[in-house]
Design a protein around this ligand. Structure first.
Ligand SMILES: Cc1ncc(COP(=O)(O)O)c(C=O)c1O
Length: 411
């Protein structure tokens, strides 16, 4: 296998994932949790673009005890990598085939409707399931308390749980393991809607208890709810995604934890050239050089996760200095103004997201910066980095470096 250091000498662009930062963020969140409250690390969408398997290993080593995924395939990927921690499938299973895969790979499903329950019972009553090893299959029920998405209406929780209990009687491996819900507005400085959701959830749980069923586990909070540092939102577990990756859902949540962004995106200059005044740059000539300039072509584009809507608005860092990106962002390449840079050659590394240090300054660009330029959220920016970009995992403290820190002298 090729040495990663050598690989980096050739790569046109890559994502660096700081696993130490992720471990640090896990510890920061754990610090906010009441004793007995578990941390589920939400590693869906390839761990928000950071690489699901390596992130899962890092968060578990740092003290998270559950993993959350959105699809069955995401769960299988973790199992195939040898991860044995409990995995909750947050999304809905789509078919009997997925139900079998869930059972085989010991992924814990979420039931969100009567139709789902029927599909599970039918699929697991079949012969194929009977021949599988007799491992228990914990199931989780999601209540709709005001998110307006998946779930059993909270007012119907008692009736639904009774229905589940009846239907799984003949399937002793199935056990209800948790009743949970998801918050829509935990990051809103106005807590009114969130508190109403919490009240609905609490009422549903109280009704269940009154009927003689005490759910073994309750969970409601996401990153924002965790960062509020309110024990009443923590129950037995919180499910955190964004905060693991070092970003705050909203600036007002910055007070309680010191999070470190874990992802940096870098790319190499592939060509440097003079451009005469009046020349057009890139598709549609959306930039016309106002004077003679020096332009660098950089090997990264929208197919790698750099949103095309940032065209003419993006800046990149080189030796701590901000450089303007010019014209339309293309699928695989961008152009930047290096007129003021002095010496820059093909092979030089620029930073699109993250930190770049120069002789005079340290400068950084965050996913939040891109999100505010695009009127979107940092979650979407992070999830945009696709597999085409190699992931270089940096983990000095963990002692396992599967990507050497690239020489970023020139960035
Ligand atoms: C059900 C559920 N729980 C938890 C999370 C984690 O959310 P966040 O990234 O805001 O922490 C998500 C993410 O979308 C989710 O869908």
């Amino acid at each position: 296998m090729q040495d990663d250091g050598a690989l980096l000498q050739q790569e046109r662009a890559w994502v660096e994932v700081d696993l130490d930062a992720i471990a640090h963020n896990v510890r920061q969140l754990l610090h906010l949790l009441q004793p007995g409250t578990d941390l589920m690390a939400v590693v869906k969408a390839d761990a928000y673009g950071h690489g699901a398997v390596t992130v899962a290993q890092a968060v578990l080593a740092a003290g998270a005890s559950w993993l959350g995924v959105a699809t069955v395939m995401e769960g299988i990927e973790l199992r195939q990598a040898g991860i044995t921690a409990p995995i909750l499938l947050l999304g809905a299973a789509q078919s009997a085939a997925e139900v079998s895969a869930i059972a085989q790979w010991h992924i814990q499903p979420t039931l969100s409707s009567a139709q789902q329950l029927k599909m599970f019972v039918e699929a697991l009553s079949g012969e194929a399931w009977q021949t599988l090893e007799a491992a228990p299959l914990p199931i989780h029920i999601i209540l709709e308390t005001g998110m307006g998405r998946l779930g059993i209406p909270w007012q119907e929780a008692t009736a639904f749980v009774a229905q589940v209990q009846t239907q799984i009687q003949a399937l002793p491996r199935l056990k209800i393991a948790s009743i949970y819900s998801h918050l829509a507005t935990a990051d809103d400085p106005d807590p009114k809607v969130m508190r109403q959701q919490q009240q609905n959830y609490d009422a549903a749980i109280a009704n269940l208890k009154a009927q003689g069923f005490t759910p073994p586990r309750l969970h409601l909070g996401n990153s924002a709810a965790t960062l509020l540092n309110d024990p009443s939102l923590q129950y037995n577990m919180v499910r955190a995604g964004l905060a693991l990756y070092g970003l705050y859902p909203e600036p007002h949540l910055k007070g309680q934890a010191e999070l470190r962004p874990a992802l940096q995106v870098r790319a190499r200059v592939t060509q440097v050239k003079p451009v005469a005044a009046g020349s057009g740059i890139s598709y549609g000539h959306r930039f016309i050089a106002p004077q003679n300039m020096t332009v660098a072509v950089v090997g990264i584009g929208y197919a790698d996760g750099v949103p095309r809507n940032l065209s003419n608005r993006l800046t990149v860092l080189y030796r701590g200095q901000r450089l303007r990106q010019l014209g339309s962002i293309t699928m695989d390449q961008i152009m930047v103004d290096v007129s003021e840079v002095g010496e820059i050659e093909p092979g030089a590394i620029v930073t699109l997201l993250g930190q770049s240090s120069g002789s005079q300054q340290t400068n950084s660009i965050s996913a939040d910066d891109w999100a505010s330029l695009l009127d979107t959220i940092s979650w979407e920016i992070l999830c945009g980095f696709k597999h085409r970009l190699p992931r270089i995992n940096l983990a000095q403290q963990m002692g396992s470096i599967n990507g050497k820190k690239p020489d970023i002298e020139g960035s």
